[in-house]
Ligand binder design. Structure first.
Ligand code: WTA
Length: 690
């Protein structure tokens, strides 16, 4: 099916080496249709690429879906396995009608992802290669680790963790900013078979406590503070509050291992709880620099990562070891056309899936040199990214559309004053990239020389699902193009029927891939209900997608109640529940609204408790309650006073109407006659700018 779409694409005019319609764009001519705008890789780029043509992709893709076991076994064999997997390379049931949803890859195989990232690359002669370049918040503050050095640091921490009783299968919560210690901590857990749960260090104490209570770690790893731009964030205090809250709920954490991030805050200034808190620098350097590997089954858990859904509390997405390893490594290699001489920088934080798969595991599995940046991309000025690119000679730069748009607003001078000639491939992730941001990224940042890999994927998918392979086919600004090897995406209608050709609908996947998540931690039923029940027989992504006449995929955003703010997934229900926890808030309804930089902004309709007057202070305290319960990144952009909310007679809030009011598309409100009280709509419109 997909093959047919792609094959029809193969009939496209061959324009390799030419940038056809793009010239028109550069010259400022309006295009008849966005979709017809093809951007070809240069002949030179294609010639040296891992996948140099559409034909080659099609051959590989065909094999990957016709013989997944053979295709993925061949790739998996490039890694080190203590014991080979069993007869059955994979097992899958994605059809809820046939019983329990289950996905397994390489079951019975014994391996270790830390070993494959470090020891294996060292044994093949890369011990002295730089594994990590670290750039601090302050320009001029930097350091680096070779693969040998990184292994030694990982082993020391792994030995310590074992010493305090962390065993295979135990959870470890990591709440760190982008210090080298963050990937070190992840790898140390993986080495001993412990399950890491990294919590983005922008989450509030309450969110952290929730995650701690869900997975009950023996140890929490953090640092005392971090500077982001000119702002200091006292991380240890947030952890203290979270640990206090979880202790009040009967969950006790033995150890809080705290790294002294000296450039932000001295040890002496840090509040300390004797007996529980341990300074990293006091203990870790004393441990041996070698540590035996715990060999684990391919299906043993590697990590938990919480993500937002359309309802209630965050979901603990669980990834296992073997399939995730093979998948992140392979997607990294092909989607970025990675070569051993590349210097790779992904601006994502390890607190999100992008930082797991494409800061830590994917690149290190390939023996890559990775840049890690502690600071904010606009500090000390909007040229910082390109300063870092020039400094480390970054050749692959992977970021989010929100950053592209915010830098675009600052003007081209901040870019053009840097050379950027080391850049070879650009990447985008987190939300659809709008064509104008795509063009700016391509023309201004990449000097019309670097293909852009617009990678569509999710926390749940572990790795890239729909992505260009730079060099293999022409791109269209804003399209994630075609599926990665082994991925069989389908577009279905409301009834769950696959639709073909040019169409739009719900994006599903009809077979498993090695990097797929296996369950939601402690709640397999929710896993089945959320992802496999809406359209039986398929994994449902929660995204809408359309396919154009050439078979290119265009992601159109979430179709559920999840909003995507600066590439961060936020459940409207989470924000609503934070708002209604405010004693003066009676009811809240949150919708996403288009935002020039963030992609989507958070727009909250709030009904106050009877008799409470509206005030600016109250507005601020409502925003504060969300910051405190979730984190600053989830703070509503707008609070809209709502004496009443548009509800159906059965009491269901009609979000469709709220979205139209939020985006001021007042002439598109549609039918309001089914509302219990249609006059609330006029009330809301009248209060829109209060
Ligand atoms: C969105 C981030 C369009 C999408 C890796 C998805 C994208 C959600 C893209 C997952 C892209 C991510 N084009 N939309 N290239 N990449 N998304 O779990 O809505 O934080 O469902 O994973 O981000 O967000 P998550």
């Amino acid at each position: 099916n997909h093959m047919r779409h792609v094959e029809s694409m193969a009939k496209l005019p061959s324009g390799a080496g030419k940038i056809t319609r793009l010239n028109a764009v550069i010259l400022g001519e309006a295009l008849a249709s966005e979709e017809d705008d093809l951007v070809f890789p240069s002949e030179n780029f294609s010639r040296q690429a891992h996948v140099s043509s559409l034909q080659k992709y099609l051959e590989m893709y065909r094999r990957s879906v016709q013989d997944p076991a053979g295709f993925w076994s061949d790739i998996a064999s490039e890694f080190y396995w203590r014991e080979k997997w069993g007869q059955q390379v994979y097992f899958e049931n994605l059809d809820i009608r046939k019983g329990k949803i289950q996905i397994e890859w390489f079951k019975g195989g014994m391996t270790n992802i830390c070993y494959n990232c470090l020891d294996r690359n060292i044994e093949s002669g890369n011990g002295d290669k730089i594994a990590i370049y670290w750039e601090g918040n302050e320009p001029g503050l930097d350091s680096s680790l070779t693969y040998n050095q990184l292994l030694a640091r990982v082993c020391q921490l792994a030995n310590y963790l074992k010493d305090i009783g962390v065993r295979k299968g135990d959870a470890v919560v990591i709440y760190l900013p982008m210090l080298m210690e963050l990937p070190i901590a992840m790898l140390a857990c993986a080495r001993i078979g412990a399950v890491h749960s990294v919590v983005f260090a922008g989450f509030s104490a309450e969110s952290l406590a929730q995650r701690i209570m869900d997975c009950r770690p023996k140890v929490v790893i953090t640092c005392n503070a971090v500077m982001r731009g000119s702002k200091i964030i006292y991380l240890k205090e947030i952890v203290d509050r979270a640990l206090m809250e979880s202790a009040q709920n009967g969950i006790n954490t033995d150890v809080c291992l705290t790294y002294e991030n000296e450039s932000a805050m001295k040890k002496e200034m840090t509040k300390w709880i004797k007996g529980r808190d341990i300074w990293w620098q006091d203990v870790i350097p004393k441990y041996p620099v070698t540590c035996d590997v715990e060999w684990v089954d391919a299906e043993d858990p590697l990590f938990l990562l919480y993500t937002s859904g359309s309802t209630g509390k965050p979901k603990g997405v669980l990834h296992t070891t073997g399939g995730y390893m093979v998948y992140t490594a392979t997607t990294f290699k092909y989607a970025f056309d990675y070569k051993p001489t590349d210097i790779y920088w992904c601006t994502a934080d390890c607190g999100w899936i992008t930082g797991h798969s494409y800061v830590t595991y994917g690149p290190l599995l390939n023996g890559a040199t990775v840049v890690i940046f502690e600071g904010a991309p606009s500090y000390p000025d909007a040229g910082r990214c390109w300063d870092i690119v020039d400094k480390f000679k970054v050749s692959i730069f992977y970021t989010a559309p929100t950053l592209v748009r915010s830098l675009m607003r600052e003007g081209d001078e901040h870019v053009s004053r840097y050379s950027r000639k080391s850049l070879r491939v650009l990447g985008s992730v987190g939300e659809p990239i709008n064509p104008s941001a795509w063009r700016w990224f391509f023309n201004v940042v990449g000097d019309a020389r670097c293909p852009i890999s617009d990678t569509w994927w999710q926390t749940e998918t572990g790795g890239f699902m729909i992505t260009p392979l730079p060099g293999a086919w022409p791109q269209k600004p804003g399209s994630a193009t075609f599926p990665f090897f082994g991925v069989q995406p389908v577009i279905v209608d409301e009834k769950g029927v696959e639709i073909e050709g040019e169409c739009s609908g719900y994006l599903c996947v009809k077979s498993s891939w090695p990097g797929a998540f296996r369950t939601l931690y402690g709640d397999h039923e929710r896993y089945e209900a959320t992802y496999f029940s809406a359209f039986p027989g398929y994994y449902f992504s929660g995204d809408g997608c359309s396919r154009d006449k050439d078979g290119y995929c265009w992601l159109t955003g979430r179709v559920d109640d999840v909003i995507n703010v600066s590439g961060h997934r936020i459940g409207t229900a989470e924000v609503e529940s934070a708002l209604v926890s405010h004693p003066q808030c009676a009811e809240a309804a949150v919708v996403g609204v288009e935002h020039e930089v963030k992609g989507q902004g958070i727009y909250a309709f709030v009904t106050l408790v009877e008799g409470v007057p509206y005030s600016d202070d109250l507005r601020k305290s409502l925003v504060m309650v969300v910051r405190n319960q979730i984190g600053a990144f989830a703070a509503p952009d707008k609070i809209h006073w709502a004496p009443g909310l548009p509800k159906t007679r059965s009491g269901k809030i009609m979000r469709r109407i709220l979205r139209k009011i939020a985006s001021r598309q007042l002439d598109e409100l549609g039918d309001t006659s089914t509302l219990a009280d249609p006059t609330v709509v006029d009330q809301l419109i009248a209060l829109a700018d209060c």
